[in-house]
Design a protein around this ligand. Structure first.
Ligand code: SF4
Length: 438
């Protein structure tokens, strides 16, 4: 069967590095997924992806090694539990991410995430964009990933029953990392959809493919960009998105008790069997919902009365006893050339070597490795970030990757590149030296 790549992308599908195999991505708004949905995700993985799953840094789920003939059936199965992939790749509004799942405001922002997902997903006015359009809803400023979105909404409080959000825009990583800027402070929720629509319309009309919004800003400057957005907004009504009753999906925190428990999933790689176990734990202890985190882990938010010790025991029985460095260390990892067509290095294998090299001292840092300059694992926002920048041919016909190494010291900025185009051995040695120096 011949499949059209551009049409596949908007359905959430890319061809893998291995021709004839596909990556199929499912949106999970703000990372909240129910036990029933997770069970279905696991069933589909068994049928079409060899029982394996990948959790992404954008709260999404990817299936790899899917055959073209299986895509339609997989989508039908997932649609039965309300999971869709439309716009998960290509020039569309991507999955709505939340990188602050443990913020007290997570119950509020997860609901906004669902609303934005419903409004923009599959809406033809917001497809056919020059490139991807990434959005985030964060509960506070504790995580810097609001800096790398096309639009990020950071909750700043509620007054007179109206939730308000700072709106940041035009951020992104890739070859030319560029932090977003604060477009407007304390936007009331009634203005969010009209304002985001105006930003996307300006982006769509003014930006040549395959450029991101940050390129438009660089071309025309903030002043002109803001003028164009306000011109689009003129005459647009504010839209009430208030609810008649509370719509949060996860449990409310349990008083002063620890209310969260997290399973460390190395490299975001899960088997269907393990996902079923985690879904069962959510059903027993976390009011039937799991949270996929931006660190590629699975979290459980516990209601009043739940016993965190019992949850930890259940997790240990499921293989998450937290004893291995691979479970304790925050290490964001993209699929690299294990599967991704753009990948220049075997990211998971190198991450395993780095876990050895970092020693105990490295566990206190956050780490990220990307298989190419696209920086899907956000290495510029990790304490130690690694970007694969080149793959060089060796005389014997094999290829060797080269890496840039970043260190981040400022809380609200990007990491600084401290080494360029180094080999795997040089990278491991640099990490050992960091360990020795700490
Ligand atoms: S960073 Fe590059 S190799 Fe990694 S998933 Fe993104 S596009 Fe693929």
């Amino acid at each position: 069967m011949v499949l059209d790549a551009a049409r596949l992308r908007v359905e959430g599908v890319y061809e893998q590095q291995q021709a004839g195999n596909y990556m199929f991505r499912v949106k999970v708004p703000a990372g909240v997924i129910s036990t029933e949905q997770a069970m279905k995700v696991a069933d589909v993985a068994d049928r079409v992806a060899g029982g394996r799953l990948h959790l992404t840094t954008r709260n999404s789920i990817e299936y790899h090694w899917v055959k073209g003939d299986d895509l339609s059936e997989a989508m039908r199965s997932l649609a039965a539990v309300g999971l869709i992939s439309r716009g998960a790749c290509g020039g569309a509004v991507r999955g709505i991410v939340c990188s602050t799942p443990f913020s007290p405001a997570y119950p509020v922002v997860q609901v906004l995430g669902q609303k934005l997902h419903r409004h923009f997903t599959g809406n033809p006015h917001f497809e056919g964009l020059p490139k991807k359009f990434k959005m985030a809803v964060n509960g506070d400023y504790s995580d810097p990933r609001y800096l790398i979105q096309d639009v990020a909404l950071v909750y700043v409080g509620t007054d007179y029953e109206t939730a308000r959000y700072d709106l940041w825009t035009a951020g992104g990583l890739g070859r030319e990392p560029s932090p977003g800027y604060l477009f407007e402070k304390a936007v009331p929720e009634e203005r969010i959809i009209p304002l985001v629509e105006a930003i996307i319309r300006v982006y769509k009309e003014r930006t040549p493919p395959p450029k991101r919004l940050k390129h438009l800003l660089r071309e025309i400057g903030r002043e002109e960009f803001e003028r164009l957005v306000h011109e689009k907004l003129a005459g647009q009504p504010e839209l009430s998105i208030r609810d008649a009753f509370e719509k949060r999906l996860t449990a409310l925190p349990a008083g002063n008790e620890p209310h969260r428990v997290e399973a460390g999933v190395f490299a975001g790689e899960l088997s269907s069997e393990t996902l079923r176990k985690l879904a069962g734990i959510a059903g027993r202890f976390a009011a039937g919902y799991l949270v996929l985190t931006s660190t590629q882990n699975v979290a459980f938010l516990l209601p009043d009365g739940a016993d965190p010790t019992a949850v930890r025991t259940a997790l240990a029985e499921a293989g998450f006893d937290g004893t291995g460095r691979d479970q304790r260390t925050v290490f964001r990892i993209c699929p690299g050339n294990h599967e991704c067509k753009m990948g220049l290095s075997p990211t998971r294998d190198i991450a395993r070597q780095l876990l050895e090299a970092m020693g105990d001292a490295g566990e206190g840092c956050s780490w990220a490795i990307s298989g190419c300059f696209n920086s899907c694992s956000q290495p510029q926002l990790a304490d130690v970030g690694i970007v694969t920048v080149k793959s060089v041919a060796n005389p014997d016909g094999t290829r060797s990757p080269q890496f840039d190494l970043y260190r981040r010291t400022e809380e609200d900025g990007f990491g600084e590149r401290i080494r360029e185009r180094i080999s795997v051995d040089e990278l491991l040695e640099a990490v050992r030296q960091m360990n020795a120096a700490s």
